[in-house]
Design a binder for this molecule. Structure first.
Ligand code: URA
Length: 195
């Protein structure tokens, strides 16, 4: 019912209501051996149209903050909990999240990041398997087993939160700064600053 070739899901019909509305499956993007993996909730309208995660306004916020840290999208990996757009931008259901989990697990295993940054409540709760108060927990790191290894998961607010509430901007900025430092001190993230 689903085909994954390397990091790409090429075919999947596990979630009939998403299959009916999607334009395409939106796979992760960026480096296949990134030290930093960003996980969002699911594709929105822009992502569904362009076939790449975080290409709308949230994506610009993320790109800007990465650039401030000397990183580009190509240096990191960016993916979502679900790869098909939930209609009307609703949250993915528990079933949809679990249908897509195998693909996310495989991406984590293959990319093998040192740090996973969860962008917002849905990915934070999905990967940590508990309730998360994202605003108050943003910037905190949790060690948990994902993709066959204990990894650092850094909780972060969703980039869109900074658009609705300016006070979230510094929370977002410092979490991204922390993620970049953690990846750098773990030894590998290539940085534009080196060139
Ligand atoms: N929001 C998400 O969570 N993911 C995207 O890819 C775009 C917006």
């Amino acid at each position: 019912m689903g085909t994954m070739e390397g990091l790409e899901v090429t075919e999947c019909e596990r979630c009939p209501s998403l299959v009916d509305c999607r334009q395409q499956i939106v796979n992760g993007t960026g480096s296949e051996d990134a030290d930093l993996l960003f996980v969002g909730e699911g594709p929105g309208a822009n992502e569904d149209e362009q076939g790449e995660p975080f290409v709308g306004r949230s994506g610009s916020v993320l790109d800007d903050k990465l650039r401030d840290e000397g990183l580009s999208r190509a240096d990191v990996r960016i993916t979502n909990c679900v790869r098909c757009r939930p209609p009307e931008n609703r949250d993915p259901t528990k079933t949809e999240l679990s249908n897509c989990r195998e693909y996310l697990n495989r991406e984590i295993e293959l990319v093998n990041p040192d740090v996973i940054v969860t962008l917002g409540k849905v990915p934070s709760e999905h990967l940590l398997d508990r309730n998360v108060a994202v605003t108050s927990e943003a910037g905190t790191t949790v060690n948990t087993e994902l993709g066959g290894k204990i990894r650092d998961v850094l909780i972060c607010v969703h980039p869109a939160a900074t658009l609705y509430d300016r006070s979230q901007e510094s929370t977002f900025e410092s979490a991204i700064g922390k993620a970049a430092n953690m990846a750098e001190s773990s030894g590998g993230q290539s940085s534009l600053g080196e060139f």
